[in-house]
Design a protein around this ligand. Sequence first.
Ligand SMILES: [Zn+2]
Ligand SMILES: [Zn+2]
Length: 156
Amino acid sequence: MREDSKVRYQRIKNNPKFRKRRQLESQRYRIKHKTQIVMQRETRYSKEKDNIRKNNAELKADVLTHYSNHPNGICACCFITGIIFLTIDHIDGNGNEHRRTLGLKGGTAFYRYLKSNNYPNNPPLQVLCYNCNNAKRINDGYCPHLDETNRFAQWT
Ligand SMILES: [Zn+2]
Ligand SMILES: [Zn+2]
């Protein structure tokens, strides 16, 4: 009687000698193709990273174009455009406290919160560039550009 190939395989598979040989073969394969295996893994990982970065950038663009009402995003203070220069600003300050009460860490989580809650404006938000945002934070809650605007206003 001819042995069915499946049954035969099962019999061999359960043979410790055979299993040991398979193990060694696979080990040898992994050593021989180490570079290839590592490269495949890295490609997969960097593709995932690229996707995450792209999705996060799109999310930020959605939120900032909405709050600044400008297709490329615009700083409410100095009018510089370009999403990469811009961030969300809490007009009345206390942005960190607001994020903390929402239990959000990091910009992306905050952007996700804003978009999925249909862009709330309580507390009031605006778009500033990182420069104006940071200057406002260390200059008692207003960007020094505003002084310049006032100075210009006196001259004109
Ligand atoms: Zn600015
Ligand atoms: Zn400014």
